[in-house]
Design a protein around this ligand. Structure first.
Ligand SMILES: *Cc1c(COP(=O)(O)O)cnc(C)c1O
Length: 425
């Protein structure tokens, strides 16, 4: 790569001139992302094309409404951008209606509540400690405050979804809405089983595929298309786009969802994000993305195998998707202690509650890891084995600064051989 190419790839000259303090912090964060193994399963590396789209004049434009039905003039190009994003989303997810305006995954879910429920109505979703999301009825969230949550958990026996129990609760409580889709569940979701239950109790079924949408579009996870009523997703997790959200649905829910997003919840859409979503969706329709999606799962399985060989206890015994939930307590550490030690060694994960956790949410028993970001760097099974070995070593010597420093150096060396997309260091 020539010097000018590198410069143009990575120009932050205007920020540097106006605000050196923020410029330097961006550069430091860039370096951090390049030099560590990022295992937080909701994170990724957006491509340079996606990031460029977010840094454009599209941020200057107000576009309340939808393409062809805007409140302000001057939409001739914005309308085209949004239409392209919508069409690509519909085609990629194989759903008849798409809304690409939600500011993120949580506002997308909020719009579903606003579109379909009255305050106080019953909503069934996975309990937070079992791997559900805040917006599926958690007490601290709008969803649990304004609506009546009907939580289901995973089975206490094997930590898998227990459809007999889910059906029993649904029949007893008759929720209007059922959420399936989770932030910490390492297994494939059976959308058809949820759909059967939703049909039986007359509930609308939402699959929240925020974490797994990149796996779904690459065929590495079954698709909810044609099975569920509404699909909610973020655009920045495995889908590898900008931070944002999308709602896809059967035609009959489209108008209500659109109205709930605007004017119900939001004002002007973030057009620069819409453009970046369009770019990400184009990337996601390529054979390269399909390989990436399948490699994420292969990497997660290889990483799980490596960890099991070191005596780590994995929730459900392994993984079928992009994430692994470790019960770290048999290693003599709490989730937070383990995550902290790993981070000091250049391996960045997050502590996480495990199902039926007896520890407090701020210092739970689990560590959650995932393979999307390292797969985007091109790492494969041999690297997974090295990562598992490092994790075992660091967890066994969590208090030993020299071990963590040595591993951090080895991690940096490995990272240097796998350049991160969008970062030209
Ligand atoms: C990440 C996530 C969300 C919310 O996404 P934000 O963009 O952080 O608001 C919603 N649902 C699930 C299942 C998630 O994992």
């Amino acid at each position: 790569m020539s010097t000018t190419e590198v410069l143009s790839l990575n120009q932050l000259d205007a920020i540097q001139a106006v605000d050196p303090e923020i410029h330097d912090l961006i550069r430091l964060e860039e370096r951090r992302q390049a030099n560590v193994i990022r295992l937080i399963p909701s994170e990724n590396y957006a491509s340079r094309a996606v990031m460029q789209a977010t840094g454009t004049v599209l941020t200057n434009k107000y576009s309340e409404g939808y393409a062809g039905k805007r409140y302000y003039e001057g939409q001739e190009y914005i309308d085209q951008v949004e239409r392209i994003a919508v069409e690509r989303a519909k085609a990629l997810f194989n759903m008849p209606h798409a809304n690409v305006q939600p500011y993120s995954g949580s506002p997308a879910n909020q719009a579903i509540y606003l579109a379909l429920l009255e305050p106080g109505d019953k909503v069934m979703g996975m309990a937070l400690p079992s791997g559900g999301h805040l917006t599926h009825g958690a007490k601290v969230s709008f969803s649990g405050k304004l609506y009546t949550p009907v939580p289901y958990t995973v089975s206490a026996k094997d930590h898998l979804l227990d459809f007999t129990e889910i059906r029993r609760i649904a029949l007893e409580e008759r929720p209007k809405l059922i959420f399936c889709g989770h932030s910490a569940y390492p297994r494939v979701l059976d959308f058809a089983k949820f759909a059967e239950i939703a049909k039986e109790v007359g509930a609308v079924l939402v699959s929240d595929i925020a974490h797994i949408s990149g796996l779904v579009v690459s065929g590495a996870h079954p698709s909810p298309a044609g099975i569920v009523d509404i699909v909610s997703t973020t655009t920045h997790k495995t889908l590898r786009g900008p931070r944002g959200g999308m709602l896809l649905s059967r035609e009959e829910y489209g108008a209500a969802l659109d109205k709930a997003v605007f004017p119900g919840l939001q004002g002007g859409p973030h057009n620069h994000t819409t453009a970046a979503i369009a770019v990400a969706l184009k990337e996601a329709a390529t054979p390269e993305f399909t390989s990436y999606g399948h490699q994420i799962v292969r990497n997660a399985k290889a990483l799980a195998e490596g960890l099991l060989s070191h005596g780590f206890r994995l929730i459900t015994g392994g993984t079928e998707n992009h994430l692994i939930l470790i019960d770290i307590t048999n290693k003599g550490l709490s989730g937070r202690e383990a995550a902290k030690a790993l981070a000091e060694a250049g391996i960045v994960a997050n502590c996480n509650a495990i199902p039926f956790d007896t520890r407090k949410p701020f210092d739970p028993s689990g560590v959650r890891i995932g393979t999307p970001a390292i797969t985007s760097r091109g790492m494969k099974e041999p690297e997974m084995k090295r990562i598992a070995d490092w994790m075992a070593e660091v967890v066994a010597s969590a208090g030993v600064a020299a071990v963590k420093a040595r591993v951090a150096g080895e991690v940096r060396d490995l990272c240097a051989s796998f350049p991160a997309p969008g970062i030209s260091i």
